[in-house]
Design a protein around this ligand. Structure first.
Ligand code: PHE
Length: 352
């Protein structure tokens, strides 16, 4: 029986056949298992003779099965290696190189321009609470302006308790203005910061994406007035668009967190259908384009942040970074910013 088992194991063509043989010899109903069961009925003398022989047979068959299995696996591995050889003489696939994204590029440019004007960069969390995003910015619970922000709220169960114990709902910040609040509270006055970063609103079309970027500017000091705001914006926009003929038009507007509030338009010239920034928007062939929101920080905001509005005043502005990039580089679809398409980057001259 030993020799027959050896032959059949050696001839097994694959792992399935080998497993069938194992069951045939060593399984519960197997032939060798059957022999082992006969030992109980034997006389002591007979058992002394047959016992070691049956056990040796089982050892031999177990060993042969294991050996054959290892050989099969080795052969399979070698076949796989042989079929997967790497041809080192083939040319390597061309690696796609990325570039600094226009949004990052613009944020770096802004940080540089404002650093020259004495501003530092401040940051804050993108997951905010409604106190920092709204209440401290003079938008209490029932304020209608809250509804204008198309806010992404987290479920009510995730609300946290504020300093006064009242619940604060968590949300994705709808603007970078809460960074004003956080910085005034943590650093006090005087202050000169810009706060670039991601903001979120439930909105999507060619000029709106649910996530976009803003940069907030804030100056808090003694005797700050609108003239400082106008000069700062003019200086910044001339440096950013690299043109000395940038002309601004300031229009009265409304934001809860500024008083007075000012919408800033920038003059452009029509070249064909293209709007090129620069020049007086009232001149023939020119027009005005709405660019950013700004104003003198509302005294309610200054006191909510723990400062005395009699001593400290300031101005603030907020502008879309994506919009600045679109204007500077002539891009027309905001959604393409987030597609990660290298051809788009190259088309606008961004490459490594
Ligand atoms: N936070 C405003 C917005 O997102 C922009 C703004 C900032 C306006 C600062 C005035 C002052 O709409």
């Amino acid at each position: 029986m030993g020799a027959e088992a050896q032959t059949r194991i050696a001839a097994a063509p694959d792992l399935a056949a080998l497993e069938a043989l194992r069951v045939h010899f060593l399984g519960k109903q197997g032939t060798i298992s059957g022999l082992l069961k006969t030992l109980g009925a034997m006389t002591a003398e007979q058992r002394q003779v047959d016992g070691p022989r049956i056990h040796a047979l089982r050892e031999a068959v177990t060993g042969a099965l294991a050996e054959r299995k290892a050989a099969m696996e080795q052969a399979a591995l070698e076949a796989q290696l042989a079929s997967e050889t790497i041809d080192l003489s083939l040319p390597a696939p061309e690696a796609q190189r990325g570039a600094v994204h226009p949004v990052s590029q613009v944020m770096d440019e802004l940080a540089e321009i404002f650093a020259d004007l004495g501003f530092s960069v401040a940051t804050g969390p993108e997951i905010e609470d409604d106190w920092h995003n709204f209440t401290a910015l003079n938008m209490p619970e029932s304020h209608p302006a809250r509804a204008m922000h198309d806010t992404f709220y987290f479920p009510n169960q995730l609300a946290v308790a504020g300093d006064d114990g009242s619940p604060r709902r968590m949300l994705l910040r709808t603007h970078t203005s809460p960074v004003q609040v956080r910085t005034m509270m943590s650093q006090g006055a005087p202050l000169r910061i810009i706060a670039p970063g991601r903001v979120y609103r439930s909105d999507s079309d060619a000029t709106h994406t649910p996530m976009f970027h803003q940069v907030e500017g804030l100056v808090i000091d003694r005797d700050i007035h609108l003239g400082h705001l106008k000069w700062t914006l003019e200086t910044f926009l001339k440096a950013f668009f690299e043109r000395d003929d940038i002309v601004l038009r300031l229009r009265p507007s409304y934001f809860p967190f500024t008083e007075p509030s000012i919408e800033v338009d920038v003059g452009f010239a029509l070249e064909g259908t293209r709007r090129v920034l620069g020049g007086d928007g009232d001149a023939p062939g020119h027009g005005w384009m709405e660019l950013l929101g700004s104003g003198m920080v509302n005294r309610n905001v200054i006191s909510a942040c723990g400062l005395d509005p009699e001593e400290w005043q300031g101005f603030a502005f907020g502008v879309g970074v994506d919009r600045l990039a679109m204007l500077k580089y002539g891009m027309d679809d905001l959604r393409a910013f987030f597609d990660g398409d290298l051809r788009w980057l190259r088309h606008y001259g961004f490459s490594a």
